[in-house]
Design a protein around this ligand. Sequence first.
Ligand code: HEC
Ligand code: HEC
Ligand code: HEC
Length: 416
Amino acid sequence: MSRFSHARALLTGSGLATLALLSSLNTARADSAVLARGEYLARASDCEACHTAPGGVPFAGGRAFNVPGMGVLYSSNITPDPKHGIGKWTDEEFTRSVREGISPGWKHLYPAMPYPAYARMSPAEVKDLRAWLATVPKSANTPPANRLRFPFSIRAIMIGWNLLNGPRSSYPDDPSKSAEWNRGRTLVEGPGHCADCHSPRTLTSGLSTSRAFAGNTINGLRAYNITPDRTSGIGGWTDEALAQYLATGHADGHGTASADMAEVITYSLRHLTPGDIRAMVTYLRDLKPVASDDAPAPSRVIVSNNGTVPQNTRGGRLFVSACAGCHLADGSGRQTPYANIAGARSLSANDGHNLIRIIMDGSSLTTRDGSTHAMPGFAGGGYSRKDLTDITSFVMTHFTEATPSEAALNKAMDAK
Ligand code: HEC
Ligand code: HEC
Ligand code: HEC
């Protein structure tokens, strides 16, 4: 076709229709790209884990957060429902809430919502996230009212907190570091908000920067030291093991991510690309090593004892009836490699804290292929406190050289 007849074709009705079709195809393509970016960011930021009550509609809120000394607060309904959710909000209102912790009507959010970390995402990224969030099913759920102690019940006190600890902001890449490191920093410090659980708190409940990622107790669990320190952190892990743990929730010789970390994998990290997992590993490896006082005890190598569990303690006998159906004498899983607990930090931590909580509350992990591996909770299942501390002490001394203390285990039992 000559140039001339091409221009004429455009002026005819069919030409216009073709143009209209082409441009609508373009918008459709742009929209799906925005939605894909938004969904990926929503996964990387773990919004669903906190904004879904146990057994509840995704993103409809109502999950309880027990903040010691402050009281209980509940996550909000962030589905697009116009009345009970955030359907009526503008993108600007949403971005301000997520990055600055200020919802419409000057409602100052509590930092149980990790807006200081989310401020690392650019406003454009948060807008993409919102576009995807607007596509999830609406829910008319109204979360319970917060039960916070005075003065924490007054939202305006967050103005002061924000001045001390509040929103950071997105930052330019550090040109002295690799692109992979910069991507890792963005993911870990921003959407991943890993420090929210893994960094100790300052006196004003801000995140410690001098001891960043050196471990913290949160939601009744120990989020371990994940700095490269060799004894109390993860300096002894290989890059491959760390990547495997983050991508799948399990690394041979390090056990399985459980409880809150299992949720991080289930809702968030299992959705990330291998390249993004590698970037996170690169950044975590380069953190300042910080020693903490909860270095784990050495693991025991369980020499083959004919696959039998020693029966000379009450705890050992209870382990056989309650646990050995899924965990073998050497810690390997009977039905699934995800139940291979040998080498797990929860077994070797001297306070036995996470171990007894996992035994009490159970844990569930959904991994990359969508399969779910669950461990039942034993609290309230006809087991006395003494039964539970006996099993825990047995597990600690059978698999590791940890030194269980009845007092520490009882304290952990009451931690939630
Ligand atoms: C660690 C838990 C946690 C995570 C992760 C989390 N939130 Fe929240 N979010 C909360 C809690 C708790 C509240 C209620 C805070 C309050 O009442 O002050 C909240 C409040 C909000 C609000 C304010 C709603 C309102 O009605 O004022 C929005 C919007 C919101 N979250 C969006 C998100 C998005 C988007 C993500 C992911 C990028 C996310 N949240 C991730 C815990 C979380
Ligand atoms: C909601 C709190 C929470 C968040 C957010 C969180 N973690 Fe964890 N993490 C934990 C807990 C609790 C454990 C211990 C799990 C266990 O005992 O099985 C843990 C364990 C780990 C471990 C294993 C440490 C060891 O010595 O066994 C690594 C590695 C880790 N987390 C990395 C991360 C990274 C990277 C992020 C951010 C993407 C992150 N975590 C976000 C709570 C959290
Ligand atoms: C029905 C099978 C089943 C039974 C019974 C069971 N577990 Fe588990 N357990 C699992 C699975 C699957 C996992 C991995 C899933 C997860 O951690 O979220 C697991 C995880 C664990 C972990 C976490 C390991 C880590 O790396 O942090 C510990 C500790 C544990 N089990 C101990 C026990 C003890 C002690 C008992 C008995 C009181 C027991 N389990 C009973 C299936 C079971």
